[in-house]
Design a protein around this ligand. Structure first.
Ligand code: IFM
Length: 460
């Protein structure tokens, strides 16, 4: 157990995060429409064990208990996501008042507990009706997203100060439309590149809608990776550059520098010949100022040069970029098999600052945490010492980045609750609160108590 707690400046926000489809359940209640994750998880073979988000943590019914857990933890802010298909069941047209009412009640409960709500508009649960019309491959979805953002903000902006347009658009575009391991499960080349662009356009349009509704703080959340070459060879370094374009620059360059990555031709080659999805004025829309950049960080990635997996460009998916992932070396791995190397968190943040300088807005770490092999012990507790060490060391690494000049305003642990880990189902537990899925019993883990002590130490 780490007793020496990292220390943060006064006003630093400590929070916890979740996402709608991962915890809410109640997928067919109160007029919620179907999302691409309902379809995907109900398709045989898509998720481990055939797990779905049908019930998840039953948060839709148990949110007062979960807000009480947040209050007990002492967090200043709670990051949750709104399910678009609860609010607009088909992704356009009529609003479902019961869906909005759920979030309104959640927000009121949070405010009553003295916790600032932070709402993510899109954490991957696209209405299926929009996917049936092309999903993020088509520009219309970006327009619909802005309409939904306006509806949500009109109802909640008076009580929700911090808004995040998209969570991890990399996963939406590339896991969803290239790797096929996330909904909608497509394996495409230029379709995935179009999706990436339309997500950015959707972000820009939603930023305008949020501003028009008077939102105080708005930004986007990216899952940025620290991509390291396996060796110092020029070939592996070039592979790491391609990985950097594929994971990071595809987002940070348009958002923070108003340009497409200069390395994109090397990364996507012939796939970029079909770029008719890019229009004049898009970059200005995408690069409009944000109040903060949300960053989710978990682990570094080591890459080595490799041939294309598919030689025919017409058949190639967008993530086939001539590199392979390599093991990190002799470090601890989490239950996700992710290497634990906290100093890479510092490096990622300081290198972003070096690259973008004053164009880098203040940062919120909107997710960080680890999946571990948790068990309820004989004493009824969950002694997740590895998670405590992970959190301690990553918070220490974060503090080091702040000392080196990166303006970081807040940190949200992923996740408040064990939950539906997408294609990996319920087997991977990221929560600082254990959930027994058979009984829905919540048990705060040692990491919950440790994080609570850290927060309390900053309130004295
Ligand atoms: O569970 C996910 C979350 O939905 C998005 N960021 C990464 C987490 C862990 O994989």
């Amino acid at each position: 157990m780490r007793d020496l707690l990292p220390s943060f400046p006064s006003g630093f926000v400590f929070g916890a995060a979740t996402a709608s489809y991962q915890i809410e359940g109640a997928v067919a209640e109160d007029g919620r429409g179907r999302s691409i994750w309902d379809t995907y998880s109900h398709t045989p073979g898509r998720t481990d064990g055939g797990d779905t988000g049908d019930v998840a943590c039953d948060h839709y019914h148990r949110y007062p208990e979960d807000v009480a857990l947040l209050r007990g933890l002492g967090v200043g802010s709670y990051r949750f996501s709104l399910a678009w298909p609860r609010i607009q069941p088909t992704g356009q047209g009529p609003v479902n008042p019961k869906g909005l009412d759920f979030y309104s009640r959640l927000v009121d409960e949070l405010l009553e507990a003295g916790i600032e709500p932070a709402a993510t508009l899109y954490h991957w649960d696209l209405p299926q009706a929009l996917e049936d019309r092309g999903g993020w491959r088509v520009r219309d979805t970006a327009e619909r997203f802005a309409e939904y953002a306006a509806i949500a903000a009109d109802h909640l902006a008076d009580r929700v100060p911090r808004w995040i347009t998209l969570n991890e658009p990399w996963c939406s575009a590339f896991l969803g439309y290239s790797v096929g391991r996330h909904a909608p499960g497509a394996k495409e080349g230029s379709g995935a590149l179009a999706a990436a662009h339309h997500l950015l356009v959707g972000h820009g349009l939603a930023m305008r809608a949020l501003r028009a509704a008077g939102v105080r703080e708005a930004g986007i959340t990216l899952n940025l990776d620290r991509n390291l070459p396996a060796t110092h060879s020029p070939a592996d370094r070039a592979a790491a550059d391609r990985a950097d374009t594929q994971h990071n620059l595809v987002w940070t360059e348009p958002l923070l520098a108003g340009r497409y990555p200069v390395t994109e031709a090397d990364t996507w080659g012939e796939l970029l010949t079909h770029q008719d999805f890019r229009r004049d004025g898009d970059l200005e829309l995408i690069a409009q100022p944000m109040d903060f950049l949300g960053i989710n960080y978990y682990r570094p990635i080591v890459v080595a040069d490799a041939p294309y997996r598919e030689s025919d460009p017409a058949q190639r998916v967008a993530t086939d970029n001539r590199y392979t992932e390599q093991p990190y070396g002799d470090v601890r791995r989490t239950a996700m098999n992710w290497p634990v190397v906290p100093e890479t968190f510092t490096d990622l943040l300081t290198s972003l600052k070096e690259t973008y300088g004053d164009a880098l807005p203040p940062v919120h770490i909107t997710e960080n945490g680890s999946a571990e092999h948790d068990e309820i012990a004989a004493d009824g507790a969950v002694h997740d010492a590895d998670r405590v060490t992970y959190l301690h060391d990553h918070l220490t690494a974060l503090r080091a980045a702040m000392d080196a000049g990166v303006d970081v305003r807040g940190y949200y642990v992923w996740s408040l609750l064990d939950n539906f880990e997408w294609a990996l189902g319920y087997a991977k537990r990221f929560g600082i609160v254990h959930v027994d899925y058979a009984t829905q019993q919540r048990t705060p883990k040692d990491s919950y108590h440790w994080y609570g002590r850290l927060i309390a130490a900053h309130q004295r």
